[in-house]
Design a protein around this ligand. Structure first.
Ligand code: GLT
Ligand code: MN
Ligand code: MN
Length: 387
């Protein structure tokens, strides 16, 4: 029961299970794992795919011949295990050159370096069969307002993304680009702070149809926002290209906790949303084991993410099938043909009818929506005493 299988489309990044537990105050607590070893371990766990940054696989500064050997060895592991590489992304945040931004550095040499790194990562991903290219603008932010940089950054990032999609087309790469917002960390404030701001930005690009989002549970939660609502908006816009699942307490540093470790109810309604939305993409866990853990703890963490997802999927299904829930929802959404006829698209005749209509305000003001009972039923499903 609750055994992950490739068909569930669970993915992990090399940087997630490979996280060595460094934090701003403490050194690494775990050895760096060989990417080929990670691939074999993930395959054993029933994972669908492994994602990576350029530098997770190929250390910065590796000479070309060595690079090709590393890629060949990794590809062999992928082929042996049947694991996919659905997504790749460039590390535009670790190199000291990116200290004041990568695509938004005031120095055009840094911007050129960031762009070249992005093209090379697209080449690498194409070799590995990746179809999604994530852009996380982690260093694209500021601590100091005096530069006035916020007047320029949107145009710089737009230019870079337009360049990247044109390069992909020129090379015959079919990437869909997934942009990932975050409010802060590592910068004091990051531009493209939320799902809403990123979504609006997409429609200013040359090829908006090639761009979507990679929303992350922790990132919207850090900003005190409702992740389920954010994902619902992205889904409705047809822009959920990828998703980063994890967990987080509000108003803190980016914790990247095991999925479901903290906000179980939000995780429940997120799984409910995803599983009933027709979303076909990867369920990527962008999280890592606690710093207290050794390697066994890392695999327990990975298994836990997937197991919790599958349990919540079953519970969400049972909740939606529960006759009492269905009856409450039927009542909640009850229609009245007379009211519905007043809504919809505008016509002069309809507006006149609307002005004359007898709206039953007394009854509307007295109506109860039975949400206490409905929510309690969700809690009881979640607590395992129902369904
Ligand atoms: C980094 C960040 C994540 C992003 C990754 C993709 S890197 O770990 O915290 O949220 O998704 O670049
Ligand atoms: Mn992420
Ligand atoms: Mn995060």
């Amino acid at each position: 029961m609750y055994e992950p299988k490739p068909e569930h489309k669970f993915t992990f990044g090399l940087w997630t299970v490979g996280n060595v537990g460094r934090d701003p105050f403490g050194d690494a607590v775990r050895e760096k794992l060989d990417p080929v070893y990670v691939v074999h371990k993930l395959a054993e766990l029933g994972v669908y795919g492994v994602n990576l940054h350029d530098e997770d696989l190929i250390p910065r500064g590796t000479p070309p011949r060595e690079r090709d050997q590393i890629v060949r060895r990794f590809k062999r592991a992928i082929e042996e295990t049947g694991l996919r590489v659905p997504m790749v992304t460039a590390n535009l945040f670790s190199d000291p050159a990116f200290k004041d931004g990568a695509l938004t550095s005031p120095d055009p040499w840094v911007r050129a370096y960031a762009l070249r790194k992005s093209l090379e990562t697209m080449d690498l991903g194409a070799e590995l069969g990746a179809e999604i290219y994530v852009v996380w603008p982690g260093r694209e932010g500021a601590e100091v307002e005096a530069t006035g940089k916020s007047r320029h950054v949107w145009a710089w990032v737009r230019e870079a993304l337009n360049y990247m999609v044109a390069y992909a087309e020129d090379q015959g790469y079919g990437y869909r680009f997934a942009l990932e917002p975050k409010p802060n960390e590592p910068r004091g404030d990051i531009y493209f702070a939320t799902v809403g701001s990123m979504l609006a930005f997409i429609y200013t690009l040359d090829r908006p149809e090639r761009f979507g989002l990679n929303p992350e549970f922790a990132h919207e939660t850090m900003a005190g926002l409702n992740f389920v609502h954010a994902v619902a908006q992205v889904l409705e816009a047809g822009k959920l290209f990828h998703i980063d699942l994890n967990d987080q307490r509000m108003s803190r540093f980016d914790q990247d906790l095991r999925f479901g470790a903290e906000n179980l109810k939000a995780a429940f309604f997120l799984v409910d949303l995803l599983e009933h939305s027709g979303y076909q993409g990867p369920r990527h866990f962008d999280a890592h084991a606690l710093r207290t853990e050794d390697e066994d703890g890392v695999w327990a963490f990975a298994r836990g993410c997937m197991r919790t997802y599958l349990i919540l999927k079953e519970k969400a299904h049972a909740f939606r099938q529960d006759p009492e829930v269905q009856a409450l929802l039927a009542e909640y959404y009850r229609g009245d043909d007379k009211a519905l006829a007043l809504l919809g698209s505008y016509s002069r005749a309809k507006a006149e009818a609307l002005k004359r209509a007898d709206i039953p305000l007394d009854a509307l003001r007295r109506r109860g929506y039975a949400l206490e009972r409905l929510d309690q039923l969700a809690v009881e499903h979640l607590l395992g005493v129902r369904g």
